[in-house]
Design a protein around this ligand. Sequence first.
Ligand code: ZN
Length: 395
Amino acid sequence: MSIEELIEREEGFEKAQRSVKRTTSPILATLYPREEGSIFENRFLMVSFFPGRFEIFKGILPPDLEVLDLGIKVHFVSVEDEDSGEIVNKMVLCPEETNEKFRRVYGAVGEFKGKCPLCEYAQEWWDRYNERRTQKGIKGLPTEEYRIAVQQDAMLQRYRSQARKFSAISRYMFAVFDLSKYEGKKPLDAEEYCEYQILFVPESVFSGIAGFVRSFVRSGIRFWDINSLHVVSIIRDTREGFPKVKYSVAVEPRPYVPSKELREYLEAKEIPDPSPLINSWTEVFVRKAIEREEDRLVAESREEGQRVSVEVQKRDEEVKQEVAQVQPGRLPPRGVTPRVESDVSVSKADVEPSQVRVESTRVSAEEVVKSVEERVTEESLGSPIRRRLRFTKDK
Ligand SMILES: [Zn+2]
Protein backbone atom coordinates (compact mmCIF):
# COMPACT_ATOMS: atom_id res chain seq x y z
CA MET A 1 0.00 0.00 0.00
CA SER A 2 1.32 3.46 -0.89
CA ILE A 3 1.70 6.22 1.70
CA GLU A 4 -1.02 8.24 -0.06
CA GLU A 5 -3.40 5.35 0.16
CA LEU A 6 -2.53 4.85 3.78
CA ILE A 7 -3.15 8.52 4.60
CA GLU A 8 -6.38 8.45 2.66
CA ARG A 9 -7.48 5.38 4.54
CA GLU A 10 -6.54 6.89 7.92
CA GLU A 11 -8.42 10.09 7.09
CA GLY A 12 -11.45 8.13 5.99
CA PHE A 13 -11.27 6.25 9.25
CA GLU A 14 -11.13 9.48 11.27
CA LYS A 15 -14.05 11.02 9.45
CA ALA A 16 -16.39 8.13 9.10
CA GLN A 17 -15.73 5.75 11.94
CA ARG A 18 -19.02 4.25 13.00
CA SER A 19 -20.08 2.95 16.35
CA VAL A 20 -20.38 -0.68 17.33
CA LYS A 21 -23.36 -2.21 19.05
CA ARG A 22 -25.20 -5.46 19.02
CA THR A 23 -28.54 -5.02 17.21
CA THR A 24 -31.47 -7.34 17.79
CA SER A 25 -32.14 -8.97 14.45
CA PRO A 26 -29.28 -10.59 12.52
CA ILE A 27 -28.27 -9.33 9.09
CA LEU A 28 -25.96 -11.32 6.85
CA ALA A 29 -22.70 -9.67 5.86
CA THR A 30 -22.48 -8.55 2.25
CA LEU A 31 -19.75 -8.36 -0.33
CA TYR A 32 -19.48 -5.20 -2.41
CA PRO A 33 -19.80 -4.17 -5.19
CA ARG A 34 -23.40 -5.29 -5.71
CA GLU A 35 -23.59 -3.75 -9.18
CA GLU A 36 -21.78 -4.71 -12.40
CA GLY A 37 -18.65 -3.03 -13.69
CA SER A 38 -16.87 -2.32 -10.43
CA ILE A 39 -14.33 -3.64 -7.94
CA PHE A 40 -14.18 -3.33 -4.15
CA GLU A 41 -11.93 -4.47 -1.32
CA ASN A 42 -14.06 -5.79 1.55
CA ARG A 43 -11.97 -5.67 4.74
CA PHE A 44 -13.01 -8.08 7.45
CA LEU A 45 -11.84 -9.31 10.82
CA MET A 46 -12.70 -12.97 11.34
CA VAL A 47 -13.22 -14.80 14.62
CA SER A 48 -13.94 -18.40 15.52
CA PHE A 49 -17.48 -19.35 16.56
CA PHE A 50 -19.67 -22.19 17.87
CA PRO A 51 -22.18 -23.14 15.14
CA GLY A 52 -23.79 -25.87 17.28
CA ARG A 53 -25.14 -23.09 19.52
CA PHE A 54 -27.10 -21.46 16.68
CA GLU A 55 -30.79 -22.40 16.67
CA ILE A 56 -30.70 -24.08 13.24
CA PHE A 57 -27.82 -26.43 14.15
CA LYS A 58 -28.85 -27.18 17.75
CA GLY A 59 -28.94 -30.93 18.32
CA ILE A 60 -27.21 -31.48 14.99
CA LEU A 61 -23.70 -30.15 15.63
CA PRO A 62 -21.91 -30.60 18.98
CA PRO A 63 -22.31 -27.42 21.12
CA ASP A 64 -18.58 -27.30 21.89
CA LEU A 65 -17.49 -27.48 18.23
CA GLU A 66 -15.43 -24.32 17.62
CA VAL A 67 -14.67 -23.45 14.01
CA LEU A 68 -13.33 -20.67 11.84
CA ASP A 69 -15.69 -21.70 9.03
CA LEU A 70 -18.66 -23.97 8.58
CA GLY A 71 -19.37 -25.61 5.22
CA ILE A 72 -23.02 -26.23 4.39
CA LYS A 73 -24.88 -27.22 1.22
CA VAL A 74 -27.60 -24.95 -0.10
CA HIS A 75 -29.93 -24.38 -3.01
CA PHE A 76 -30.78 -20.98 -4.43
CA VAL A 77 -34.39 -20.50 -5.45
CA SER A 78 -36.38 -17.55 -6.73
CA VAL A 79 -39.63 -17.03 -4.90
CA GLU A 80 -42.09 -14.26 -4.36
CA ASP A 81 -41.43 -12.36 -1.17
CA GLU A 82 -44.50 -12.58 1.04
CA ASP A 83 -44.17 -9.01 2.26
CA SER A 84 -43.13 -7.08 -0.83
CA GLY A 85 -44.42 -9.37 -3.60
CA GLU A 86 -41.06 -8.97 -5.32
CA ILE A 87 -39.14 -11.93 -6.69
CA VAL A 88 -36.20 -12.63 -4.41
CA ASN A 89 -33.39 -15.14 -4.50
CA LYS A 90 -33.43 -17.27 -1.35
CA MET A 91 -30.81 -19.56 0.05
CA VAL A 92 -32.30 -22.82 1.28
CA LEU A 93 -30.43 -25.36 3.31
CA CYS A 94 -30.23 -28.77 1.58
CA PRO A 95 -30.91 -31.35 4.30
CA GLU A 96 -29.47 -34.43 2.59
CA GLU A 97 -26.23 -32.95 1.32
CA THR A 98 -25.64 -30.98 4.53
CA ASN A 99 -26.18 -34.16 6.60
CA GLU A 100 -23.62 -35.92 4.47
CA LYS A 101 -21.11 -33.12 4.89
CA PHE A 102 -21.72 -32.72 8.65
CA ARG A 103 -21.23 -36.44 9.21
CA ARG A 104 -18.03 -36.48 7.22
CA VAL A 105 -16.43 -33.24 8.38
CA TYR A 106 -17.80 -32.28 11.79
CA GLY A 107 -18.89 -35.55 13.43
CA ALA A 108 -22.54 -34.47 13.57
CA VAL A 109 -24.63 -35.62 16.53
CA GLY A 110 -27.99 -35.38 14.74
CA GLU A 111 -29.36 -34.78 11.26
CA PHE A 112 -31.84 -32.76 9.26
CA LYS A 113 -34.89 -34.80 8.37
CA GLY A 114 -36.50 -35.33 5.02
CA LYS A 115 -35.71 -35.95 1.36
CA CYS A 116 -34.79 -32.85 -0.57
CA PRO A 117 -37.33 -32.03 -3.32
CA LEU A 118 -34.92 -29.54 -4.88
CA CYS A 119 -32.27 -32.23 -5.30
CA GLU A 120 -34.92 -34.44 -6.90
CA TYR A 121 -35.92 -31.65 -9.25
CA ALA A 122 -32.29 -31.02 -10.21
CA GLN A 123 -31.89 -34.77 -10.82
CA GLU A 124 -34.78 -34.72 -13.31
CA TRP A 125 -32.81 -32.19 -15.36
CA TRP A 126 -29.61 -34.20 -15.06
CA ASP A 127 -31.53 -37.27 -16.29
CA ARG A 128 -32.75 -35.34 -19.33
CA TYR A 129 -29.22 -34.13 -19.91
CA ASN A 130 -27.78 -37.65 -19.73
CA GLU A 131 -30.47 -39.08 -21.96
CA ARG A 132 -29.77 -36.47 -24.63
CA ARG A 133 -26.02 -37.04 -24.32
CA THR A 134 -26.55 -40.73 -24.96
CA GLN A 135 -28.86 -40.00 -27.89
CA LYS A 136 -26.27 -37.71 -29.41
CA GLY A 137 -23.55 -40.28 -28.86
CA ILE A 138 -21.16 -37.73 -27.34
CA LYS A 139 -20.67 -39.36 -23.94
CA GLY A 140 -17.04 -40.25 -23.40
CA LEU A 141 -15.62 -37.85 -26.00
CA PRO A 142 -12.31 -36.15 -25.11
CA THR A 143 -12.86 -32.97 -23.04
CA GLU A 144 -12.38 -30.41 -25.80
CA GLU A 145 -14.49 -32.28 -28.35
CA TYR A 146 -17.16 -32.80 -25.73
CA ARG A 147 -17.19 -29.09 -24.87
CA ILE A 148 -17.68 -28.20 -28.53
CA ALA A 149 -20.42 -30.81 -28.96
CA VAL A 150 -22.32 -29.37 -25.99
CA GLN A 151 -21.82 -25.86 -27.29
CA GLN A 152 -23.47 -26.85 -30.56
CA ASP A 153 -26.55 -28.31 -28.90
CA ALA A 154 -28.89 -25.70 -27.42
CA MET A 155 -31.10 -28.28 -25.76
CA LEU A 156 -28.19 -29.98 -24.05
CA GLN A 157 -26.99 -26.63 -22.75
CA ARG A 158 -30.42 -25.77 -21.47
CA TYR A 159 -30.77 -29.08 -19.60
CA ARG A 160 -27.38 -28.61 -18.04
CA SER A 161 -27.96 -25.03 -16.95
CA GLN A 162 -31.32 -25.97 -15.40
CA ALA A 163 -29.70 -28.90 -13.61
CA ARG A 164 -26.91 -26.69 -12.28
CA LYS A 165 -29.32 -23.98 -11.25
CA PHE A 166 -31.18 -26.36 -8.94
CA SER A 167 -28.34 -28.54 -7.67
CA ALA A 168 -27.03 -28.05 -4.15
CA ILE A 169 -23.85 -25.99 -3.90
CA SER A 170 -21.34 -25.31 -1.13
CA ARG A 171 -21.40 -22.18 0.96
CA TYR A 172 -19.01 -21.45 3.82
CA MET A 173 -20.03 -19.48 6.89
CA PHE A 174 -17.63 -17.13 8.65
CA ALA A 175 -18.23 -14.89 11.67
CA VAL A 176 -16.89 -11.52 10.56
CA PHE A 177 -16.66 -7.92 11.61
CA ASP A 178 -16.88 -5.66 8.56
CA LEU A 179 -14.07 -3.12 8.90
CA SER A 180 -14.99 -1.47 5.59
CA LYS A 181 -18.32 -0.54 7.12
CA TYR A 182 -16.74 0.49 10.41
CA GLU A 183 -14.24 2.68 8.57
CA GLY A 184 -17.02 4.27 6.54
CA LYS A 185 -15.79 2.90 3.20
CA LYS A 186 -18.88 0.85 2.60
CA PRO A 187 -22.54 1.70 3.21
CA LEU A 188 -24.42 -0.04 6.00
CA ASP A 189 -27.06 -2.48 4.78
CA ALA A 190 -30.15 -2.63 7.00
CA GLU A 191 -28.21 -2.42 10.26
CA GLU A 192 -27.90 0.68 12.41
CA TYR A 193 -24.55 -0.10 13.98
CA CYS A 194 -21.49 -2.09 12.99
CA GLU A 195 -21.61 -5.53 14.50
CA TYR A 196 -20.52 -9.10 14.06
CA GLN A 197 -22.26 -10.71 11.12
CA ILE A 198 -22.27 -14.03 9.35
CA LEU A 199 -20.71 -14.03 5.92
CA PHE A 200 -21.42 -16.76 3.36
CA VAL A 201 -18.79 -17.22 0.69
CA PRO A 202 -18.50 -19.50 -2.36
CA GLU A 203 -15.96 -22.28 -2.73
CA SER A 204 -13.36 -20.08 -4.51
CA VAL A 205 -13.22 -17.53 -1.68
CA PHE A 206 -13.17 -20.27 0.93
CA SER A 207 -10.16 -21.97 -0.63
CA GLY A 208 -8.37 -18.61 -0.81
CA ILE A 209 -8.90 -18.07 2.92
CA ALA A 210 -7.98 -21.68 3.70
CA GLY A 211 -4.67 -21.16 1.89
CA PHE A 212 -3.85 -18.21 4.19
CA VAL A 213 -4.93 -20.17 7.26
CA ARG A 214 -2.39 -22.87 6.38
CA SER A 215 0.48 -20.46 5.75
CA PHE A 216 -0.23 -18.32 8.86
CA VAL A 217 -0.56 -21.38 11.07
CA ARG A 218 2.84 -22.53 9.82
CA SER A 219 4.23 -19.26 11.21
CA GLY A 220 2.34 -19.82 14.46
CA ILE A 221 -0.28 -17.08 13.79
CA ARG A 222 -4.00 -17.60 14.25
CA PHE A 223 -5.36 -14.47 12.59
CA TRP A 224 -8.85 -15.12 13.98
CA ASP A 225 -7.69 -14.84 17.64
CA ILE A 226 -8.77 -11.63 19.36
CA ASN A 227 -5.14 -11.07 20.44
CA SER A 228 -3.73 -11.56 16.96
CA LEU A 229 -6.27 -10.18 14.48
CA HIS A 230 -5.21 -9.61 10.89
CA VAL A 231 -7.34 -7.98 8.21
CA VAL A 232 -8.75 -10.45 5.69
CA SER A 233 -9.60 -8.70 2.41
CA ILE A 234 -12.03 -10.20 -0.06
CA ILE A 235 -11.86 -8.33 -3.32
CA ARG A 236 -14.92 -8.70 -5.47
CA ASP A 237 -14.58 -7.78 -9.13
CA THR A 238 -17.67 -7.43 -11.34
CA ARG A 239 -15.93 -5.54 -14.14
CA GLU A 240 -16.59 -8.33 -16.62
CA GLY A 241 -20.29 -8.27 -15.76
CA PHE A 242 -22.54 -10.93 -14.24
CA PRO A 243 -22.23 -13.85 -13.86
CA LYS A 244 -18.44 -13.58 -14.39
CA VAL A 245 -17.69 -12.35 -10.87
CA LYS A 246 -14.08 -12.73 -9.74
CA TYR A 247 -12.81 -12.91 -6.19
CA SER A 248 -9.39 -12.64 -4.69
CA VAL A 249 -8.35 -12.92 -1.09
CA ALA A 250 -5.50 -11.34 0.87
CA VAL A 251 -4.53 -11.35 4.55
CA GLU A 252 -2.45 -8.42 5.77
CA PRO A 253 0.87 -9.57 7.22
CA ARG A 254 0.82 -7.00 10.05
CA PRO A 255 -1.65 -7.46 12.91
CA TYR A 256 -4.61 -5.12 13.18
CA VAL A 257 -4.73 -3.05 16.34
CA PRO A 258 -8.32 -2.14 17.21
CA SER A 259 -9.36 0.98 19.11
CA LYS A 260 -10.31 0.48 22.77
CA GLU A 261 -14.01 0.65 21.99
CA LEU A 262 -13.73 -1.83 19.12
CA ARG A 263 -11.53 -4.20 21.10
CA GLU A 264 -14.09 -4.37 23.91
CA TYR A 265 -16.83 -5.10 21.43
CA LEU A 266 -14.83 -7.78 19.61
CA GLU A 267 -13.80 -9.49 22.85
CA ALA A 268 -17.42 -9.89 23.97
CA LYS A 269 -17.89 -12.02 20.81
CA GLU A 270 -21.65 -11.68 20.73
CA ILE A 271 -22.22 -13.21 17.34
CA PRO A 272 -25.87 -12.92 16.25
CA ASP A 273 -27.64 -16.18 15.46
CA PRO A 274 -28.17 -16.22 11.66
CA SER A 275 -30.74 -19.05 11.80
CA PRO A 276 -33.75 -16.96 10.71
CA LEU A 277 -31.80 -16.03 7.57
CA ILE A 278 -30.95 -19.57 6.53
CA ASN A 279 -34.20 -20.87 5.18
CA SER A 280 -35.04 -24.41 6.07
CA TRP A 281 -37.10 -25.74 3.25
CA THR A 282 -40.74 -26.52 3.74
CA GLU A 283 -42.83 -28.55 1.35
CA VAL A 284 -44.94 -25.50 0.45
CA PHE A 285 -41.98 -23.20 -0.02
CA VAL A 286 -40.18 -25.58 -2.32
CA ARG A 287 -43.27 -26.54 -4.31
CA LYS A 288 -43.91 -22.84 -4.89
CA ALA A 289 -40.37 -22.35 -6.12
CA ILE A 290 -40.58 -25.30 -8.51
CA GLU A 291 -44.01 -24.27 -9.77
CA ARG A 292 -42.71 -20.79 -10.40
CA GLU A 293 -39.82 -22.21 -12.40
CA GLU A 294 -42.14 -24.42 -14.47
CA ASP A 295 -44.37 -21.41 -15.21
CA ARG A 296 -41.33 -19.45 -16.25
CA LEU A 297 -40.21 -22.22 -18.60
CA VAL A 298 -43.67 -22.54 -20.15
CA ALA A 299 -43.88 -18.77 -20.63
CA GLU A 300 -40.41 -18.73 -22.14
CA SER A 301 -41.13 -21.50 -24.65
CA ARG A 302 -44.52 -19.99 -25.47
CA GLU A 303 -42.83 -16.68 -26.14
CA GLU A 304 -40.27 -18.44 -28.32
CA GLY A 305 -43.02 -20.31 -30.19
CA GLN A 306 -45.03 -17.15 -30.61
CA ARG A 307 -42.09 -15.30 -32.00
CA VAL A 308 -41.46 -18.02 -34.59
CA SER A 309 -45.10 -18.32 -35.54
CA VAL A 310 -45.45 -14.55 -35.89
CA GLU A 311 -42.46 -14.57 -38.21
CA VAL A 312 -43.92 -17.41 -40.28
CA GLN A 313 -47.30 -15.70 -40.38
CA LYS A 314 -45.74 -12.46 -41.48
CA ARG A 315 -43.80 -14.19 -44.21
CA ASP A 316 -46.89 -16.10 -45.30
CA GLU A 317 -48.86 -12.90 -45.36
CA GLU A 318 -46.30 -11.23 -47.60
CA VAL A 319 -46.25 -14.22 -49.90
CA LYS A 320 -50.01 -14.38 -50.04
CA GLN A 321 -50.28 -10.71 -50.84
CA GLU A 322 -47.76 -10.96 -53.60
CA VAL A 323 -49.48 -13.97 -55.07
CA ALA A 324 -52.89 -12.39 -54.68
CA GLN A 325 -51.69 -9.44 -56.68
CA VAL A 326 -50.55 -11.66 -59.52
CA GLN A 327 -54.01 -12.00 -60.96
CA PRO A 328 -55.21 -12.11 -64.48
CA GLY A 329 -55.70 -8.70 -65.89
CA ARG A 330 -54.08 -6.79 -63.02
CA LEU A 331 -50.69 -5.18 -62.95
CA PRO A 332 -48.37 -6.90 -60.53
CA PRO A 333 -46.59 -4.91 -57.81
CA ARG A 334 -42.95 -3.91 -58.20
CA GLY A 335 -40.60 -6.72 -57.41
CA VAL A 336 -42.85 -9.46 -58.73
CA THR A 337 -42.30 -8.37 -62.34
CA PRO A 338 -44.17 -10.77 -64.55
CA ARG A 339 -44.55 -9.68 -68.13
CA VAL A 340 -48.24 -9.02 -68.34
CA GLU A 341 -50.01 -8.36 -71.63
CA SER A 342 -52.97 -6.10 -71.20
CA ASP A 343 -55.47 -8.60 -72.43
CA VAL A 344 -53.98 -11.93 -71.43
CA SER A 345 -53.84 -13.88 -68.23
CA VAL A 346 -50.64 -14.42 -66.32
CA SER A 347 -48.33 -16.77 -68.10
CA LYS A 348 -46.58 -19.58 -66.27
CA ALA A 349 -43.36 -17.58 -66.11
CA ASP A 350 -45.19 -14.82 -64.28
CA VAL A 351 -45.78 -16.90 -61.19
CA GLU A 352 -42.42 -18.50 -61.11
CA PRO A 353 -42.18 -19.84 -57.53
CA SER A 354 -38.87 -18.15 -56.89
CA GLN A 355 -40.42 -14.78 -57.61
CA VAL A 356 -43.07 -15.15 -54.96
CA ARG A 357 -40.73 -16.87 -52.55
CA VAL A 358 -43.06 -19.76 -51.86
CA GLU A 359 -40.17 -21.89 -50.77
CA SER A 360 -39.62 -19.83 -47.63
CA THR A 361 -41.29 -22.46 -45.44
CA ARG A 362 -43.09 -25.65 -46.17
CA VAL A 363 -46.24 -24.37 -44.52
CA SER A 364 -46.28 -21.17 -46.45
CA ALA A 365 -45.60 -23.02 -49.71
CA GLU A 366 -48.70 -25.09 -49.14
CA GLU A 367 -50.75 -22.09 -48.28
CA VAL A 368 -49.54 -20.29 -51.33
CA VAL A 369 -50.48 -23.21 -53.56
CA LYS A 370 -53.89 -23.29 -51.98
CA SER A 371 -54.40 -19.59 -52.32
CA VAL A 372 -53.24 -19.60 -55.94
CA GLU A 373 -55.47 -22.56 -56.67
CA GLU A 374 -58.42 -20.80 -55.16
CA ARG A 375 -57.91 -17.57 -56.94
CA VAL A 376 -56.63 -18.67 -60.30
CA THR A 377 -58.74 -21.23 -62.03
CA GLU A 378 -57.34 -23.89 -64.30
CA GLU A 379 -59.16 -22.36 -67.25
CA SER A 380 -57.53 -18.98 -66.87
CA LEU A 381 -53.99 -20.28 -66.48
CA GLY A 382 -53.86 -23.58 -68.30
CA SER A 383 -52.33 -26.73 -66.95
CA PRO A 384 -48.54 -26.01 -66.95
CA ILE A 385 -48.75 -23.56 -64.06
CA ARG A 386 -50.50 -26.04 -61.83
CA ARG A 387 -47.92 -28.68 -62.45
CA ARG A 388 -45.24 -26.19 -61.60
CA LEU A 389 -46.83 -25.20 -58.33
CA ARG A 390 -47.46 -28.80 -57.42
CA PHE A 391 -43.81 -29.47 -58.00
CA THR A 392 -42.91 -26.67 -55.56
CA LYS A 393 -45.24 -28.07 -52.98
CA ASP A 394 -43.75 -31.53 -53.21
CA LYS A 395 -40.19 -30.29 -53.08
ZN1 ZN B 1 -31.05 -30.68 -1.84
